[in-house]
Design a protein around this ligand. Structure first.
Ligand code: FAD
Length: 447
């Protein structure tokens, strides 16, 4: 019997793989898609609601984004809002108040200037003084019922979508994809071990059998680079896995409270968030810690880490350049300390009191099993630690490899749209761009 050849095989059943399945099923002429997921459920790792901050990043409260980046991310984030509006069941997108909090004279002045700069593109954001902050988030503005000592101000809003359960969204994408005519085969507990190229197709070897495909998209998080390397691609890249942990406190916040970023630091500043799966708790974090493995809370993957890091002088130079800067060095050391039982609560409470000034050490519990791993890419040619997403799209091949740290969950639909265009062009299959643009982008294509 002749073996079946899929149009597209997607390796990885996280939010990236599921969003692409949906976009291809709804808007393209692709007839058959196989999703291969290593574990027994969809979104088991970073896209799971326990692993990330559950934020729909719109650029309004992320002070590590420039205005240009914020505007770009907002349009991409809005694709999830548009998707939710047409979805039969919304168990993934939620409205909570959100704000950027400034503490002290210098931060208040900085935030006021940013608020003015962003006002035209983010007209729903309001300028809040201490009194208004106390109305929205009493625990941020008051200690024992009295105003906190430092001057505070915020740029915030109360009626916008701000939180997403990306695990539920992943499942929603697959359920929605199944309503269209394409044949969707979701293969759980199916790990792609090897990808090989043949004349007119690729073969993906798994313990469950071999899958043949005309196009392969690998959205396997930190594992994508190793699979690319097997085929000789992305050899000048390394993966630096940055774990992020969280702490729980009893429910003290009503919404998301982000703090002002130190521009030198590579990761988002500490924030406080409601937890969609633990509604009686507030989550604080994430921390940032290099871990020598590719998955946070599963066994193994240590050897895969070393193979993906490809330690040499170029990688060491990137580490050296980071450690040379005292702000970054202190940040790295402090984040290591945040993981050490015995001292971690004592240190973390000091940082967290910036958000909740009345917080006590005894309120904090390390959120065991919560948090994920951001696959940050080191470009060994430029000697840069890349902070955003990275993809490898080899020329004259029907292959894409995606590595998507934050805000990769927020931008899942725009990334899927980008990949769908590449897939459809290579396979000469139609893609109804206009319908997608009308449905998800309010009639105006992404630039
Ligand atoms: C602490 C933290 C906080 C974050 N907060 C946010 C946030 O608030 N908002 C936001 O937008 N983003 C956030 N992110 C980033 C976001 O979680 C990721 O960008 C997103 O989940 C990436 O999705 P993905 O599908 O590409 O990867 P993943 O969710 O990691 O999925 C990859 C999948 O591939 C599977 N896989 C791996 N290897 C194989 C193989 N060989 N064969 C088959 N399957 C394989 C894995 O099991 C996994 O299910 C955060 C990340 C972290 C770590």
């Amino acid at each position: 019997m002749k073996k079946r050849v899929f149009d597209v095989v997607i390796v990885g059943g996280g939010i990236s793989g599921c969003a692409l399945t949906y976009i291809l099923a709804k808007y393209s002429g692709v007839k058959s898609i196989a999703v291969l997921e290593k574990y027994g459920s969809l979104a088991p790792l970073n896209s799971n609601a326990r692993s990330n901050s559950q934020t729909l990043h719109c650029g309004d409260i992320e002070t590590n984004y420039s205005l240009a980046k914020a505007v770009q991310v907002k349009r991409r984030a809005n694709m999830i809002v548009r998707y939710a509006e047409t979805s039969e069941k919304n168990d993934f997108l939620y409205k909570f108040p959100k704000m950027i909090l400034a503490v002290g004279e210098a931060e208040c002045a900085k935030l006021e200037a940013r608020h003015a700069e962003f006002a035209a593109d983010f007209p729903y954001m309001q300028w809040w003084d201490a009194e208004k902050i106390a109305e929205v988030e009493p625990a941020v503005a008051l200690v024992d019922g009295k105003p906190r000592a430092e001057k505070i101000a915020a740029s915030g809003c109360t009626d916008e979508y701000s939180a997403v359960n990306y695990g539920n969204l992943s499942r929603s994408f697959i359920n929605a994809a199944r309503k269209f005519s394409a044949d969707i085969a979701v293969n759980l507990s199916t790990e792609a071990k090897k990808i090989q190229k043949f004349d007119d197709h690729y073969e993906i070897t798994t313990l469950q059998g071999t899958f043949m495909s005309r196009f392969v998209v690998v959205s396997a998080g930190a594992h994508s680079l190793l699979l690319a390397n097997q085929l000789g691609h992305g050899l000048k890249m390394s993966i630096l896995p940055m774990a992020g942990s969280f702490y729980y406190v009893p429910k003290m916040l009503n919404g998301k409270v982000y703090t002002i970023q130190n521009d030198k630091l590579p990761f988002a500043a500490l924030h406080g968030d409601p937890d969609l799966i633990e509604p009686n708790k507030t989550r604080l974090g994430p921390t940032a810690l290099v871990l020598p493995k590719l998955e946070r809370y599963t066994g193994g993957t240590y050897w895969d880490f070393w193979k993906s890091l490809k330690l040499d002088f170029k990688v060491l130079k990137v580490f050296w350049d980071l450690m040379k800067d005292s702000d970054i060095r202190n940040y790295i050391l402090r984040n290591i300390a945040f993981e050490i039982p015995g001292i971690r609560q004592k240190l973390f409470v000091k940082d967290a009191q910036k958000i909740i000034p009345g917080l006590k050490q005894s309120d904090l519990t390390f959120a065991q099993g919560v948090g994920g791993l951001r696959p940050q890419v080191i470009d060994k040619v430029t000697g840069e630690l890349k902070l955003g997403e990275a993809s490898i799209v080899p020329e004259n091949e029907n292959l894409i490899f995606n590595m998507t740290p934050s805000p990769g969950a927020t931008t899942c639909l725009s990334n899927a749209y980008r990949d769908a265009q590449i897939v459809c062009k290579a396979l000469d299959i139609p893609l109804d761009k206009q319908q997608l643009i009308d449905d998800l982008l309010d009639g105006q294509d992404l630039s």
